[in-house]
Design a protein. Structure first.
Length: 220
């Protein structure tokens, strides 16, 4: 599904080598944890997957397509198949929960009726049915993250990327978010979750890839 081949990423203006000669393959249906401390290259690894960044050397392929060679229309098509959950939620403050979750579907040209129909089931499943008309500032951290999950899965992606999705949450709320992600994986969605939290990887099933200073130091 997703392959990194001799992939390196250098940020010259920051004089940082974020990734060094990465070789990884993520298979369809996997739950994969990218484990490592801050600065180990976890976020860059995810950003390369949906072409928010381009590799300096090597290549990244998704569904057999080299992301480096895609034209803008091809990038847009790839991103419709990939959902992204950010650590800081990245909700639009002046849009309600429902409006935030609607964003990817609006971009794809869905009608208002079809958007509401699709999101109704997702909001009910995520226990957000009473939060649809609230703005991000009126929600708890866990509720904001669930809205971010609703937005990420609204277009029914085959791959979900989650960057430290539980980092800002208390333990109970974090467990709830992990239950949601595990359920999505059990339903067939491939998930790559970046985290610095080893306890999270011990308590939840999946393949663990450890990064340190931009290198894969263990995999299993």
């Amino acid at each position: 599904m997703l392959t990194y081949y001799k992939t390196s990423k250098i940020y010259p203006h920051r004089k940082v080598i974020a990734l060094r000669n990465i070789n990884l393959t993520i298979e369809q249906g996997e739950m994969v944890y990218i484990l490592g401390p801050t600065g180990s290259g976890k976020t860059t690894l995810l950003e390369l997957a949906y072409r928010a960044q381009m590799p300096t050397f090597g290549q990244v392929t998704f569904m057999g397509k080299n992301l480096k060679h895609l034209l803008p229309a091809g990038v847009a098509a790839i991103r419709r198949q990939i959902g992204v959950i950010f650590q800081d939620y990245r909700l639009v403050p002046y849009r309600t929960s429902l409006e935030n979750a609607s964003l990817p579907l609006e971009v794809q040209g869905y009608s208002d009726k079809s958007i509401r129909t699709r999101l109704e089931g997702i909001f009910n499943w995520l226990a957000l049915q009473n939060k649809r008309d609230l703005f991000p500032a009126e929600l708890s951290g866990g509720e904001q993250q669930r809205v971010a999950i609703a937005r990420a899965i609204a277009s029914e992606p085959v791959l979900l990327l989650a960057d430290e999705p539980t980092a800002n949450l208390d333990k109970e709320t974090a467990n709830g978010i992990m239950n949601v992600l595990n359920t999505l994986n059990q339903r067939g969605m491939s998930i790559i979750l970046a985290t610095h939290n080893e306890e999270l990887t011990r308590k939840n099933p999946g393949r663990i890839i450890k990064l340190c200073e931009g290198r894969v130091i263990s995999e299993g």
